[in-house]
Design a protein around this ligand. Sequence first.
Ligand code: PMM
Length: 250
Amino acid sequence: MLVMGILNATPDSFADGGEHFTYPAAVEHGLKLISEGADIIDVGGESTRPGAERVSAAEEERRVINVISKLTDAGKPISIDTMRASTARAAVIAGASIINDVSGGLADAAMLDTVAELKVPYIAMHWRGHSKEMNNLAVYTNVVEEVIAELSLRIEAALSAGVSKSNLIIDPGIGFAKEAADNWLIIEEIERFVALGYPVLVGASRKRFLGGDDPTSREAATVELTKRLSQSGIWAVRVHGVAANKAVLQ
Ligand code: PMM
């Protein structure tokens, strides 16, 4: 199982409090994640925490493009965490080799065509709406069935836009339009996502459902979960603390 290290070049991310917002701080943190053994670095310039406001495309690119150019020199694959086709394209030109779209193509009508054209791996996450409204959208009668059904629609949309099957990665979207109990049910049945036949990414690191008020206090629970998920056949976990999560896998 791979470990994707999170690099949020944002002033308002919930789990790292905007520590890696400036260009030098972001590059330094990215290099630290690589030195800790991250297999992929996921660079994002727009916070998706519940309630977050959107940033402009220009500001998003200003935050991430130079960081990506610099980090590609370190030789590890970079993914761009964006819902915008224009940012995804600019990031791939700058050296990113994976597009991580938390909206699974729903936020930007140009995204799936752009991914098909760029021919890079694409992470399609389960999503029901933007951060400002997502807490109201956490309504399910059977969360696992519904998330699988909605994700399957995104898979079909990506394939019909011309994204190749071998470039598709899926993600149940832990914490996105989901209550704590929903997240736990998905984790309990993560093998059903694996059974869909695509690599599965899980991003649970330091999220609220793990308990505790302070995101860094959720690190022990994150590492426990990584250990448990490593038995499930998933492709990768997306985490803040690369060293600790790598250590538990060894
Ligand atoms: N979570 C966040 C951001 N991007 N991308 C994927 N594929 N999966 C996730 O679960 C995910 C993501 C929000 O968490 P952060 O603010 O800690 O980055």
